[in-house]
Design a protein around this ligand. Sequence first.
Ligand code: AMP
Ligand code: GLY
Length: 427
Amino acid sequence: MNILLIGSGGRENALAWKMAQSHQCDQIFIAPGNPGTAQFGTNLPIEINQFEALKKAALAHQIEMIVVGPEEPLVKGIYDFFSNDPLTAHINVIGPSAQAAQLEGSKAFSKHFMQRHQIPTAHYAEFTIDNYEQGLAYISNHVLPIVLKADGLAAGKGVIIATTHQEALTSFKEMLQDKQFGEASSKVVIEQFLEGIEVSVFALTDGTNYQIIGHAKDYKRIGEGDTGLNTGGMGCVSPVPFMDEAFMAKVTSTIVEPTINGIKQEGLVYKGFVFFGLMNCGGEPYVIEYNCRLGDPETEVILPRLQTDLVSLLAAADNGTLEDVNIQYHDEAFATVMAVSGGYPGSYQKNFPIQGIEAAQKLPDTLVFQAGTGFQDNSIVTKGGRVLTVTANGTNLQNAVQKAQKGLSTIQFEGMNFRKDIGYEFA
Ligand code: AMP
Ligand code: GLY
């Protein structure tokens, strides 16, 4: 079958790489893609939210499956757009309906959902401009630190962890009164700070059944030892040593199953990936957030680790056979290390030529996934903050990280930076 993949990051490069290995996959088209995805299919110059143009391309290329990488088109209703149109209703769109995507698109929606289904999460309250004064009082009486979240999508910047009451009050004012994130911060969720280690768990569901397809630990801070500003993710490891059978059993019974049952009970149309952003608080898992997509860079380790054919798995989510799929993982440990532009996550320059990608790809057990790259005069140049990531597998996590770093040592671009301590706490 022909597949249309939507997005242009490292996640989509990994998805294209994995789907291209399937005997069920004929051609892959990627909108808009990047030079990394172009190795596995045809990039189309269509942006992720141009639904009409995507529909035209889907019909022109006899697309039978659409895999949506990022959250924005999902929250904007890409699933509904294709399913409600008789010309495209036959296409298997992997991603939830707009209503179900509110699990990511609205923090308040997801908190209510968790409350209804008794899913462990941080205590919270929500405020708008209408109960602003109550919000100020609530913050003043709250223990520190205080977590403030813009309700809607804010490009990963909508969460503030305030360590003083003054900081929390200022952020609260900026979000609600100054509309810092526009419509996305017209509602603010204030929640309890959860102390622990984060881990991302991924499932694929058809709205009734599910399969867990992997988990990973993401390193979000720019600096070594988890210091400095938050980024989109600087690297990942999988499997995570504390994700043993006992902890995974708790995650499944207290979080994954109640979530899938909740989706089913509430009649939410959900055929796609569920990303459980969890906190391991002294051995007890809590939900920090849901996302309605795969993570980036988590995908760059979970897909290499997953042995099961991805296209068959996605087809099973469409034809009611998800329950019968046998999920298998490689035995080895996987790590990915992200190379970013100098200055990121602050301002940075673009269009620097990148050398050494091919050499890195030739190293054993090493994969290069491109993220913020583009073509310029037949060479590959930097186009974003997170430029590319190198994934490697090894006999243990340290070995995998070493190989990924070796891969990165063959790659160069001006200002290139990467964390040298991915997986450090498990050494
Ligand atoms: P979110 O967008 O909800 O994933 O939040 C971004 C990041 O903020 C998370 O990955 C956590 O590192 C942190 N965070 C969010 N909520 C909490 C919380 N209740 N307690 C501690 N850290 C949190
Ligand atoms: N790496 C975190 C995310 O994709 O949201």
